[in-house]
Design a protein around this ligand. Structure first.
Ligand code: ADP
Ligand code: MG
Length: 551
């Protein structure tokens, strides 16, 4: 007995676009189906670690593709986790991917079909991409749960799909495709193998084509290869598939270690801090494998929070597989991995900052905020993090010119022992601050803390190599012995002390309780007045931070 269902509205729109676009790279549908099969196998493998009551416990975890060129059909089978009837309706009737609506909108807004094709090519659209090549699709699936029954889902890319009970003895999923007339080429085993090698070679489970005894894919996860065997193109292709980032990563780290721990890691600094809404990575965290088995999609314990922008894969040979990850042994290994990975990333960043300042600046502009948060949140790593900070300053007064703390210290003026900064909402406000006058006048450089997150920096920055940090509006700053004042012929004569007192009384009576005191300034040059603060250090910037949090 077959039952009809209507696709969710967004799914219908997506199908409509996929079917009607003259898509040139439609072969990616195979990549999408293989990636789903691989996910299903991964989940099966993981399930078997903890559950013993599964269907076909002995079945080989594999993917098989058969085809009939004459008839224009192909079938992609896996022995993965399968789906129950409810799961089929949930997974193949709606679009679970976040951002799907925006994706559809982007396609609709694309003025011509060429642009639309680029959008599809970049995003990959999951299961439904099969309708770029298929007239009809049947999904016959049986869940690993022993009492679940097999079902068949069928659709032709129209507004509805049907579900009926099916006969399938074994666990897993068969995707049976009747190819469109102009897509029959995809039934050729040669073509299928070619696509697998180009798009899906690294899939960890064997993919058999036709009656072949040997799998078509090499199955070596890219991170397990020796770095000398992997080309830049292969790294980039992996990165793009992993993150769906449009750009190239800003930095890549490929690590393999045998002692004291055996592990592999392939890490990337993304091209941008903007989360791509179509990214398959839905949360921060690294993908954690234990002996090739994916045990955690998003692990947040492998890196400190201030490096959470790093993407990639860690594969450990030492992590226990079948115990809960909360176990003491696992915790210890994760902590050691974290130490090793953090050290390596930080050392790479420092090297870049020193040797490739332009490359480092691109990273800093995207992810500097994470590092700054680390200065406050991870005091134990503060010394390392401080080496990575960059600021604009009064020295160049240029948004594009940055100086490190070491650079600042190196060019301190005669008699200067402290690091001066001004906190402001943005660059142009910072440079107009009246507090800067005496500093400019004496040739003393002041750092601009003008990024919104900079307001919290004073909570973490106390001193750098023995030089304490001082905000320019602190009340007790004395510049008398610092730098040399520029001669200024237009300097007016100072007021008589009796007139000074009259003026102070007048200002006090006007401002009343809004200020705690009014005094004559020893530092102001061109501006008539400035507001200063009694307290020093981090707490006095709390009001800015609170304002930030309110936004
Ligand atoms: P995604 O893979 O990003 O979740 P897809 O559109 O590719 O999105 O697939 C939708 C869902 O359908 C998957 O999340 C999965 O639950 C289910 N699915 C697809 N193919 C299979 C398969 N071969 N075996 C089991 N479940 C599958
Ligand atoms: Mg998928």
């Amino acid at each position: 007995m077959s039952e009809m269902f209507t696709f969710q509205a967004e799914t219908q729109q997506l199908l409509d676009i996929l079917i009607h676009s003259l898509y040139t790279e439609r072969e990616i549908f195979l990549r999408e189906l293989l990636s789903n099969a691989s996910d299903a196998l991964n989940r099966m493998q993981f399930t078997q670690l903890t559950e013993s009551d599964v269907l076909d416990p002995e079945a080989e975890l594999k993917i098989t593709i058969t085809s009939d060129e004459e008839a224009g059909t192909m079938t992609i089978s896996d022995t993965g986790i399968g789906m129950t009837r409810e799961e089929v309706i949930e997974n193949l009737g709606t679009i679970a991917r976040s951002g799907a609506k925006n994706f559809i909108q982007a396609l609709k807004d694309a003025p011509n079909s060429e642009a639309a094709q680029n959008i599809i090519g970049q995003f990959g659209v999951g299961f439904y991409s099969v309708f770029m090549a298929a007239d009809t699709v049947q999904v016959v699936t049986r869940s690993y749960k022993p009492d679940a029954e097999a079902v068949m889902w069928e659709a032709d890319g129209g507004t509805a799909y049907s579900i009926e009970p099916a006969h399938k003895e074994t666990r897993g999923t068969d995707i049976i495709i009747k190819l469109k007339d102009d897509a029959k080429e995809f039934a050729s085993p040669w073509k299928i193998k070619d696509i697998i090698r180009r798009h899906s070679d690294y899939i960890a489970f064997p993919i058999y084509v036709g009656d072949d005894e040997d799998p078509t894919n090499k199955q070596t996860a890219i991170w397990r290869k020796s770095p000398s065997e992997v080309t830049d193109e292969e790294y980039d292709a992996f990165y793009k598939q992993f993150t769906l980032d449009f750009g190239e990563p800003l930095h890549r780290i490929h690590m393999r270690a045998d002692v004291p721990m055996q592990f592999y890691a392939l890490l990337f600094i993304p091209s941008t801090a903007q989360q791509n809404m179509f990214s398959p990575r839905k949360e921060p965290g690294l993908a954690l494998y234990s002996r090739k088995i994916l045990i955690d999609e998003y692990n947040n314990d492998l890196l400190p929070e201030y490096l959470q922008f790093v993407q990639g894969v860690v594969d450990s040979e030492d992590l226990p597989l079948n115990v809960s990850r909360e176990s003491v042994k696992a915790d210890r290994i994760i902590a050691r991995l974290k130490g090793t990975l953090t050290k390596r990333i930080m050392s790479d960043l420092k090297k870049m900052a020193a040797n490739e300042p332009d490359d480092y600046l691109s990273i800093y502009e995207e992810f500097g905020r994470y590092l700054k948060q680390g200065v406050v949140a991870a005091p134990q790593d503060k010394d390392d993090l401080m080496e990575l900070l960059l600021f604009q300053s009064t020295h160049d007064d240029d948004v594009d010119e940055y100086i490190s703390l070491q650079g600042y210290v190196d060019r301190m003026v005669e008699g200067q022992n402290e690091i001066y900064y001004v906190v402001a909402d943005d660059f142009s406000t910072a440079r107009r601050s009246p507090h800067l006058e005496p500093f400019r006048q004496r040739g003393i450089e002041v750092l601009y803390f003008s990024d919104p997150v900079d307001a919290m920096l004073p909570m973490g920055l106390t001193d750098y190599k023995g030089h304490s940090f001082r905000a320019v509006d602190e009340a007790d700053i004395d510049l008398t012995d610092v730098g040399t004042p520029k001669e200024d012929e237009n300097q007016p004569e100072p007021l008589e002390s009796s007139s000074t007192e009259t003026l102070i009384d007048r200002v006090k009576s006007v401002l009343g309780s809004r200020v705690s005191d009014v005094r004559m300034s020893k530092t102001l040059v061109g501006s008539p007045a400035r507001l200063i603060s009694q307290e020093n250090g981090g707490t006095r910037h709390m009001f800015r931070i609170n304002r930030l949090l309110d936004r």
